[in-house]
Design a protein around this ligand. Structure first.
Ligand SMILES: C[S@@+](CC[C@H](N)C(=O)[O-])C[C@H]1O[C@@H](n2cnc3c(N)ncnc32)[C@H](O)[C@@H]1O
Length: 229
């Protein structure tokens, strides 16, 4: 089975021999890969919606992995019992959806040793939530798949040392590691904020001017960071 590069990169953040839960599994590609590669001894796979759940049922049957992948229908971490999994994976969803799922299940999260997260948007908000809720950002990576850059965040219980919101938005471990894709990652922020600034320039309210000033400050900081690469 050819796993998308994005999911293969994510699998590298899952400790060998662990029991993982893949929340929002859709087609169950990741759980099948984790078992077939001998990375996990058991995977719990969940999805909120009947359609993706059924496609996971078929894929798991096709690979005859019904005894190694426990498939469950349900919202967020609700299908998990506390202590059942060591690692929780949330991939391919918006950062604020991931944040909502994590915030909604503190008891289940209490026993989790590692979160492996791949937010499609709002990674900064997610990191801010992690840092404020007893999770340190253990590692991060950027991966390019089909022309798009994805961010992967591995978080573990502990104290995050970075509080600066700009660094949390860009990815503190990404900055430390100086990933080869970092320049393009930072450029993506600048393009996004330049677009917002162009929109704000058309509005003439005080609120728009204040917002523009705030964003200009952020763009200047991102330029400083990019200049040090
Ligand atoms: C875009 S797919 C990503 C699938 C896979 N994780 C990946 O990265 O390729 C998002 C999946 O998350 C599921 N989902 C969305 N919100 C969810 C929630 N609150 N609980 C469980 N699953 C959810 C959707 O039904 C969908 O199958």
């Amino acid at each position: 089975m050819d796993l998308p590069k994005r999911l293969a990169a994510l699998a590298a953040f899952i400790p060998h021999g662990s029991i993982a839960a893949d929340i929002g599994t859709d087609h169950a590609y990741l759980p099948i890969f984790l078992i077939k590669q001998g990375i996990c001894r058991f995977v719990i796979a969940t999805d909120l919606r009947e359609g993706p759940f059924q496609s996971a049922v078929h894929k798991i049957k096709e690979h005859v992995l019904e005894d190694r992948i426990g498939l469950r229908l349900g919202d967020g971490l609700q299908p998990l019992k506390p202590g059942e999994a060591e690692v929780v994976v949330l991939a391919g969803m918006g950062g604020n959806t991931i944040r909502g799922i994590l915030a909604g299940a503190p008891q289940t999260l209490a026993g989790i040793k590692r979160l492996v997260l791949q937010p499609m948007t709002d990674a900064g908000d997610l990191r801010v939530w992690l840092a404020a809720n007893g999770w340190k950002i253990a590692d991060e990576e950027l991966v390019e798949d089909d022309g798009r850059i994805y961010v992967i965040i591995a978080a573990e219980p502990g104290r995050e040392v970075t509080y600066d919101p700009v660094y949390l938005e860009l990815g503190p471990r990404l900055l430390e590691k100086r990933s080869p894709l970092l320049g393009r990652h930072l450029n993506g922020f600048m393009v996004k904020y330049e677009r917002v600034l162009a929109g704000l320039a058309l509005a003439h309210s005080t609120a728009a001017r204040e917002k523009a000033l705030e964003i200009e400050g952020k763009v200047a900081r991102i330029r400083e960071v990019a200049a040090c690469l």
